[in-house]
Design a protein around this ligand. Structure first.
Ligand code: ADP
Ligand code: MG
Length: 508
């Protein structure tokens, strides 16, 4: 049974502080919608193309150009909302958020302030085996991304690349329900996992396709509980927002620094001012970027170029019907159906490709032969260490699920022993081929013929009379003979039979 009552321990950051403080965090995650075309134009979203080659007239804000909504991006946002168990708003609308930015040619960003497409949802954030917290999602809205200014190519000039301008983003806004740096990382990890399962965002943080604005505040112990009871923000401290974090590690370091900074100010009798800050990984500190702007500073107003977005429940239902099995469900199914540990189930469902690999191994095997545990062991303990060594992902894995299934079955049926199974895996991994044929052609079959094993034992004992005498006195030395017999049979002897025969001979 999952314990969802967990609250992060009072953050360690209060060491040295006079009072008990609690940390409160809310995240605004910007997730790039997986779509071939932009939100309001047909220009490509392909990453790494020649600068300014993915730009339609409307992206460059040419006079007279009008935005046209990309239905697929809307579908992706709805799919994401459904994946987060959220309310889908059949009526939503786009607003202009006005600000100047050199890489935003329109002079405004088209976003959804007043009527977002997705309302309240939730994310189950796992904090350890059997422990989880529900973090509430406040809303998801669709908006345009800006382009990129490049300042480091020339000492005297800046450049602008509009390839990203107008690409669809989903802004996924959490409630301030996150209680520590580890929880923040666990939240982003879980959100990214769900988005990848849904196929609505590739979650690539390095390319900036998933990035988070992190809101941090601190309050005296007990205040958060009051906020939860009343939903009154007055119980919480003033927050600062750290912009654009695209690394889990830096995000945690930034939260930690920011909490210490705020506590120091408050304990010194000062006040925290609401502002936007930037994290500097080199110095491990956050710095003020600008004082916090309010919604009215942006002069939001409904975008006159776009009609309100009205979608039909039947369409939403169709999307709901096509949702894949999501991580939480898959994990509990693996635990229940395959008698798997929580740990193995978490590892196997961490990404959808691994989960599918596992499922294909089970599917490829004869019914009721390979246990889930056995397949999980091979994947988690053996296959992953090979992939890690070669820096490969499961999608580039040279061993197909079919090959792994047939290799496990060869071991299960006793055709090969456990040691040879490891050798066989190495061959299949490096050279490929049908495991059964490899075993046949290379004579790797387990020797269970006790006559043959006995002959090998006799031969070794005859050649080593002194060892035999010693082992008769001290049965622990029998292991030496086991090793010799295994060596003599090329590792193929049935270890159980070898042990039995040697024990019997030493007794006699
Ligand atoms: P804005 O768009 O101006 O940044 P929002 O209302 O969209 O403001 O909220 C931004 C984020 O700030 C949300 O994720 C919310 O959970 C979080 N937040 C609000 N109050 C606090 C607080 N006191 N401490 C930490 N996070 C907060
Ligand atoms: Mg914000």
């Amino acid at each position: 049974m999952l314990d969802t009552t967990y609250t992060a321990p009072a953050p360690k950051i209060i060491a040295g502080a006079k009072h008990d403080w609690e940390l409160v965090i809310g995240l605004e995650v910007h997730a790039q919608v997986s779509s071939k075309a932009k939100l309001f134009s047909g220009a490509s979203t392909k990453f790494g193309n020649e600068p300014n080659s993915n730009v339609a007239f409307v992206d460059a804000a040419m006079p007279g150009m009008l935005p046209v909504i990309n239905e697929y991006c809307v579908e992706q946002a709805v799919r994401t909302g459904l994946g987060l168990k959220a309310d889908i708003n059949l009526y939503s609308a786009f607003d202009r958020k006005n600000y100047f930015y050199p890489d935003l040619p329109q002079g405004y960003q088209i976003s959804q302030l007043y009527h977002p497409i997705v309302g309240e949802g939730e994310i189950l954030v796992e904090m350890g085996e059997g422990i989880a917290r529900v973090v509430r999602v406040e809303r998801i809205h669709l908006e345009q991304d800006a382009g990129k200014s490049i300042h480091d190519m020339d000492p005297n000039m800046s450049f602008v690349d509009l390839n990203r301008t107008g690409v669809a983003l989903m802004e996924i806004v959490s409630r301030p329900d996150i209680r520590g740096p580890e929880e923040a990382a666990a939240y982003v990890t879980k959100l990214r996992q769900i988005l990848r399962y849904l196929g609505t965002c590739d979650g690539n943080m390095q390319n900036g396709n998933l990035r988070a604005d992190v809101n941090v505040s601190v309050c005296r112990a007990g205040q958060y509980e009051k906020y939860m009871e009343t939903q009154d923000f007055d119980h919480l401290g003033t927050r600062c927002e750290i912009k654009n974090m695209n690394s889990m590690r830096f995000m945690q370091a930034a939260i930690d620094f920011e909490a210490r900074r705020q506590i120091a100010i408050l304990e010194d009798g000062g006040e925290v001012h609401q502002e936007t800050r930037l994290y500097d990984p080199d110095k491990n500190e956050t710095r003020s970027m600008r004082s916090k702007e309010e919604a009215h500073d942006y002069r939001y107003f409904p975008c006159p170029d776009l009609l309100p977005l009205e979608i039909e429940q039947a369409w939403v239902d169709d999307i709901a019907a096509s949702l894949p099995e999501l991580p939480d469900d898959k994990k509990s199914r693996f635990i229940n159906d395959f008698d798997m540990s929580d740990y193995d189930a978490s590892v196997l469902t961490a990404d959808v490709a691994t989960a599918h690999y596992f499922e294909e191994v089970i599917e490829a095997s004869e019914p009721d032969t390979i246990s889930g545990k056995m397949a999980a062991n091979w994947i988690v303990n053996v296959l992953f260490s090979y992939l890690k060594k070669d820096n490969l992902s499961i999608t580039d894995c040279p061993v197909t699920p079919n090959q792994l299934a047939s290799q496990i079955q060869l071991e299960l049926s006793g055709e090969i022993n456990g040691k040879i199974a490891k050798d066989l895996f190495e061959i299949v991994y490096t050279e490929g081929g049908d495991p059964a044929e490899i075993v046949e052609n290379r004579g790797m079959k387990q020797v269970t013929d006790t006559g043959a094993i006995e002959a090998a034992v006799d031969e070794i004992m005859a050649a080593n009379p002194a060892q035999v005498e010693k082992a008769k006195q001290n049965p622990k030395l029998a292991g030496w003979f086991v090793g010799q017999v295994m060596k003599a049979t090329g590792g193929k002897a049935n270890p159980k039979a070898v042990n039995q025969i040697i024990a019997a001979k030493l007794k006699g």
